[in-house]
Design a binder for this molecule. Structure first.
Ligand code: FES
Length: 84
């Protein structure tokens, strides 16, 4: 890989989503969150946010901790079948 392309890749922002066991999706990096109309949520400057995936949060789409003791899913990475 040439040096310039390597530098560009190193400076590009990246988003990482972590599937937490028994809880939320942690989103960090360069991202924005929009509603169905495209309006952006004001994240108050947060660079890390947790998205509810249990359905119990009173602050959807954000996690408010309501999953604790009420949602079980052991998050283990796997491969999806090839796209059709
Ligand atoms: S995942 Fe935390 S409240 Fe739903």
């Amino acid at each position: 890989m040439n040096r310039k392309l390597t530098q560009i890749k190193q400076t590009m922002s990246k988003t990482k989503i972590t599937v937490n066991s028994n809880g939320s999706l942690k989103v960090e990096g360069d991202f924005e969150i929009a509603d169905k109309t495209g309006a952006l949520y004001d994240l108050g400057g947060r660079e890390i946010i947790s998205i509810c995936r249990c359905g119990l949060s009173k602050n959807k789409p954000f996690c408010d901790g309501s999953h604790k003791g009420h949602f079980e899913h052991d998050a283990v990475a796997f491969s999806l079948p090839p796209k059709k």
